[in-house]
Ligand binder design. Structure first.
Ligand code: HEC
Length: 147
């Protein structure tokens, strides 16, 4: 009798534990599975705002314009390094629009008190391509392109 009195509560505890733990474990597995599928579907998309042709055009347009008198790719000159600009702004159409306006109208305050001269002669389409080229100049692209 004494043994049964001891075993019954022990069994009860084991039973309640297994009932509680089992669903918790199943839940964990389901969550882990969900996380994995979202990780797979969220592979980094290619830049939606720029095509390879835009970027190549932008590079050519910049070398033909006066930009390089004040900007270098990797170092600060009068204006910020293009790699610093690429690191500062998200690589999306919104940044392209804002920075396009800045190149055409000029302005100051984002990097310091020195203003950028306006470029009213540059078309919006051309300025767009220049910015697309600049924004893709993050450190990663740079190391692959200099090799
Ligand atoms: C007279 C010198 C000068 C020239 C020429 C010049 N820039 Fe700039 N640029 C600057 C300065 C100075 C700044 C920083 C302005 C600021 O702090 O807001 C700047 C900033 C920028 C920025 C970042 C703007 C921001 O708001 O973060 C971009 C992009 C840029 N220039 C692109 C160009 C392009 C493209 C050209 C050629 C069409 C060009 N620049 C020509 C001086 C110049």
């Amino acid at each position: 009798m004494k043994i049964i009195k001891l075993i019954t509560p022990a069994l009860c505890i084991v039973l309640t534990l297994s009932v509680c733990v089992a669903p918790a474990q199943i839940k964990k597995k389901v969550v882990a599975k969900k996380k994995m599928t979202t990780a797979v579907t969220k592979a980094p998309p290619p830049p939606p705002f720029a095509t390879d042709a835009d970027i190549a055009d932008g590079k050519a347009l910049i070398s033909k314009s006066d930009c390089l008198a004040c900007h270098k790719t990797e170092d600060k000159l009068v204006g910020p390094a293009y790699t610093a600009v690429a690191a500062k702004y998200p690589h999306d159409q919104n940044s392209v629009n804002t920075l396009t306006d800045k190149v055409i109208s000029g302005g100051s305050g984002a990097w310091g008190p020195v203003p950028m001269a306006p470029h009213p002669a540059i078309s919006k389409a051309d300025a767009n391509k220049m910015i697309k080229y600049i924004l893709t100049l993050n450190a990663k692209n740079l190391t692959t392109s200099t090799k």
